[in-house]
Design a protein around this ligand. Structure first.
Ligand SMILES: [Fe+2]
Length: 181
């Protein structure tokens, strides 16, 4: 019988165990740099996905329909980005997210467990998280470029564009909130 590892174990991302060490022409240092730059982005995407769904589920107020649908559309796009990033890491021979506790070790945005968040505050928090994540993606793109991984850089450029689209929508929704309240 195998013993289940405790959730406190620090998960190692690199080097991968031999059967998972995908052959690549990147050096080990290059592959490691990419792996360590991209995995926190995946953790943040999971955290933001859950937060966006949390707000989709716990919304109240006169803008219910608009925000409920906007948050769902944004959650779908965030979720799609996760597999793209995780499989880029695997293509260069790194390992990726293992569990919820692993996400918690790597995420850089905070969770949101409040009983109630007013709708305008939800929009503001998501806007700030997307802005923070956009900044991190831009930094990770530089790491990929410096380490000859243009395919991951290219994938991240598309994900950055989607993140900035969300930020733009949320920012403009915030303008409506401050003008009408
Ligand atoms: Fe739903």
């Amino acid at each position: 019988m195998t013993t289940r590892q405790t959730t406190k174990t620090q998960v190692r991302l690199f080097p991968a165990p031999a059967p998972l060490a995908t052959v690549t022409d990147l050096t080990a240092q290059e592959a490691q740099a990419v792996t360590e730059a991209v995995n926190p982005l995946i953790a943040d995407a999971f955290a933001l996905y859950v937060k966006t769904k949390n707000f989709h589920w716990h919304l109240s107020g006169s803008h219910f329909r608009d925000y409920h649908l906007l948050f769902d559309e944004q959650a779908d796009a965030i979720f799609e980005s996760i597999d793209i990033m995780a499989e880029r890491v695997r293509r260069v021979g790194g390992t990726t997210i293992r569990s919820i506790s692993h996400i918690n070790q790597l995420q850089t945005i905070g969770d949101d467990n409040n009983d109630f968040v007013p709708p305008g505050e939800m929009v503001k928090r998501l806007m700030e998280d997307n802005a923070h994540i956009a900044q991190n993606i831009r930094a990770a793109i530089e790491v990929c470029d410096r380490n000859r991984d243009s395919a991951t850089s290219n994938a991240l450029q598309g994900i950055l564009d989607e993140t900035e689209r969300r930020k733009w929508f949320l920012f403009e929704v915030m303008q409506g909130i401050s003008n009408t309240n």
